[in-house]
Design a protein around this ligand. Sequence first.
Ligand SMILES: [Zn+2]
Length: 209
Amino acid sequence: MTAYQEQELLINNVLKSLQARHIVSPKRRLEHIKEKPSRHPSFGVRLVRLGYPIVAYRFGNCTFDEGSLRFILLHEEKHVRSSLVWLIPMILFVAVSLQLVLRLLLLALGAEVDILASLLLLAAISCGSILALRHGETQADLWSARKLKSNFGIRTPSEVALRALTWPDEVGGRLGKAIRSLMRSATHPSKEERVARIARDVDADPSGG
Ligand SMILES: [Zn+2]
């Protein structure tokens, strides 16, 4: 069995155990997307059919233990349960971008169009979207950490999060790496911020998280 097959078996078993405990919806399915061994892992929700989202994943250049995969799958489950937090910003961003492209086309065709208003709107929507997406990431982290504490007796979920979020450096093209890193840092707080927030809000909470 290859390393990826072993990881695939593990993530499927972790999902089944979360479903058996009724923490993750029995409807949830996983999809192993094409591996890119030089790249970072990827975990994300795909809204294939309304009500039946899929968590698409690849392990990339990282190997995960059972606890890390549990943290990650719980994090994605919270994204599914709070879909509007990321769906609305994304829809608004796409709509405003399309509107700007349309205005630029009209301008190129010689029409009198106010581009400045569209640019300002896009800037405002982008800033709002980034704030909303980062907030959604923190909420997913905290939800996942609280479940680890209450359902699995993990006293310091921040240690599990640190393992789950520590990935080796990517190898390959510098430009692609820089773009992916920029996108990630715009939409996600840093690993250090995420782990520290879990330590403060969940590890240190005597009520059980
Ligand atoms: Zn996330």
